[in-house]
Design a protein around this ligand. Sequence first.
Ligand SMILES: [Zn+2]
Length: 398
Amino acid sequence: MQRDTPAGGNRNTARVLRLVHQEGPLTRADLTRATGLNRSTTLALVGELVELGLASETEDGAATGVGRPSPVVRASADVVAAAVTVEIDAVTVAMVGLDGSIRSRVTEHTDDRPTADEAVQIVARLLDERPARLVGVGVSIPGTVRVEDGLVRDAPHLGWRDEPFAAPLAGATGLPVRVANDANLGAWAERLYGSGRGVSDLVYLNGGASGIGGGVISAGQPLSGADGYAGELGHTFVADNGIRCHCGAIGCLETEASRASLVAVTGVPADDLPALAEALAAGGPEVDRVVDRQVAALATGLRNAIHTVNPEVVVLGGFLGVLLGHVGDRVLEAVRAQSMAAMVDRVRIVPAELGSDVLLRGAAEIGFRELLDDPARIHALTERPTARPSERQKAGTP
Ligand SMILES: [Zn+2]
């Protein structure tokens, strides 16, 4: 793609902004090294970001380099994305700063499962009073989402089928809106900020109330698939004498390893993971039997995923993280016992790190997408309520 100089400049500005956003505060020397640009170009690009109000520079980075101190560049905390999670009993809207800080968080509980229309209304209302420098909205949905237009194809636990979500929310708020599957966002957040930091190939499985969500990072990028549905590892096949899943199939990973069975056999409250960990540690024949069965199902599911993806790291969140904490190396041993040796030589299976913030961090990433692609759009993105983003044609370079 041929670009003229200003567009090339924008592209490098975007690279620098993405680096300080994703890697945290960096010295100008770090940025020069990471981009391969020369020092004066880095200086100019950082100057541009400072002028746009997207970054700040301070002189406290003396210790990191050799020779003269190099100023530290930080992403601005007051440039924010709205991160939204929709669940069966609550809608949460958080403001996440470009520096990764969660600035505020409001949860509205609902009596019943919200309809898509109700969820849009709740989010729009919670965004009524918004920070001046809000640049976009990212939404996490527990279901399959067509990323191209934010249509929720199927969210079984919400009872949604073919519900447009991004378009009505963009209409109601005048903001760019992107919507994605919760586990895909979780995988990306763990890759950027959690146990998958710096890892290019990763499989993520999260065990929650509504089953097992999965996401894959391949060659450093989220694996999306043709429509955005990739990574539904909870519905891969692990047991031919298994239970029928709500998806219609028999023996899905999420029916064979489920929080519900662990909760039933231990008697702990459904959403109390620390209590579940204690109950598993206390054990008992019935508990151990369920644990053994779930470890076997999980190992089979991971074997399939590992032979498909060849990951460096498998990250387990939610109750799967608790299960891993309880049985430790047994999961990896069970995977090894049924895998090609080369495939599991260096794979690690680790618990997720981001805990309850994982989906907000992931949703914020897609909320920042427009800005990260073209930092110069900050003015257009924060100008409102005049026109919708789709109708705005970015003015040509001066
Ligand atoms: Zn299924």
